[in-house]
Design a binder for this molecule. Structure first.
Ligand SMILES: [Zn+2]
Length: 297
């Protein structure tokens, strides 16, 4: 039984990197449609499936593309939808970047909770725009059969066969305000809404100027990102003692949601990035693809 939203959501805000105010409308979608973006500001309203095959760039955020149509910083919204059980959603957006909101996924999970979710209808879609080539999503998670490990220096991502689904994230920064911290989350035991969604984006005071000169973080501010310096946090208080580790875990959940449904596995990351998260998703995809069709993602 696949799920979608009971009714539509409409939210607007500023994109972290573009600084452009953007409107997002999330509409219910039929089963087997999956989650997908529609660039309603472009001619012919191009559809960009929220699938790992659509990833076009992973510098500081995850960007999806279909032809020339792009949408970046998709990870927090997609994490909120996937972790809330919204398997099918049509996400209409009138610009190229999902708004950052307060830097966490809380605005999205609150909006999803306010409309509720229900069983997705059959795939007889009334309005066009259904993406092609989206394979069925199984009702039960597919267990991962073999371990996957990808590293870059001392940073790594891994997926391990497991009797439960779990996400574990570790980070280590020289800044004493962050240091070495970990978080481990089991979706069956701890609510995403309470434990992960409120964790905000974080950055470093020393890097702000450099990133701005590179044309990035034009929409970043002390209202939508925790900023750390050698002296400590510029804008406390934190929502959790290990809020940065939880935020990285949120990013991992968003990037792995590009698989459609999470396989049953222990996902583990250490000092990783969107680039490694997406590489892990691709490796998982190639392993799962080799399994019988009824267990396909
Ligand atoms: Zn993030």
């Amino acid at each position: 039984m696949q799920q979608t939203l009971k009714s539509s959501i409409e939210l607007s805000g500023v994109g972290l990197h573009s600084g452009v105010n953007t409107l997002v409308r999330i509409l219910p979608a039929s089963e087997e449609e999956g989650r997908y973006f529609v660039r309603v500001d472009l001619p012919d309203r191009p559809v960009i499936p929220a699938r790992v095959e659509s990833v076009s760039q992973t510098t500081l955020s995850t960007e999806l593309a279909k032809g020339d149509a792009k949408v970046r910083t998709v990870e927090h919204l997609l994490a909120a939808l996937a972790a809330s059980g919204v398997e099918n959603a049509r996400i209409e957006i009138n610009n190229a970047e999902v708004p950052l909101m307060d830097g966490s996924a809380k605005t999205w999970t609150d909006a999803i909770a306010s409309v509720g979710i229900e069983k997705a209808g059959g795939s007889q879609q009334e309005a066009g725009g259904q993406p092609q080539g989206i394979s069925p999503t199984p009702d039960t998670p597919t267990p991962l059969q073999k371990p996957i490990y990808i590293n870059e220096g001392d940073t790594f991502v891994a997926a391990l066969p497991s009797s439960e689904t779990r996400f574990t994230y570790g980070i280590d920064f020289e800044y004493s305000a962050i240091g070495n911290q970990w978080h481990s989350w089991n979706p069956d035991l701890e609510s995403f809404v309470d434990a992960i969604a409120p964790a905000r984006t974080f950055g470093f005071a020393e890097q702000i100027e450099q990133l701005k000169q590179a044309g990035l973080i034009k929409g970043g501010s002390l209202d939508n990102a925790l900023v750390c310096s050698a002296e400590g946090w510029l804008n406390p208080p934190l929502r959790f003692a290990n809020e940065p580790a939880r935020h990285k875990l949120l990013d991992l959940v968003g990037d792995l949601s590009l698989l459609g449904k999470f396989p049953q596995a222990h996902f583990l990351a250490y000092k990783a990035s969107h680039k490694l998260h997406v590489q892990l998703a691709k490796e998982i995809r190639s392993q799962i693809k080799q399994m019988p069709p009824t267990h396909g993602l």
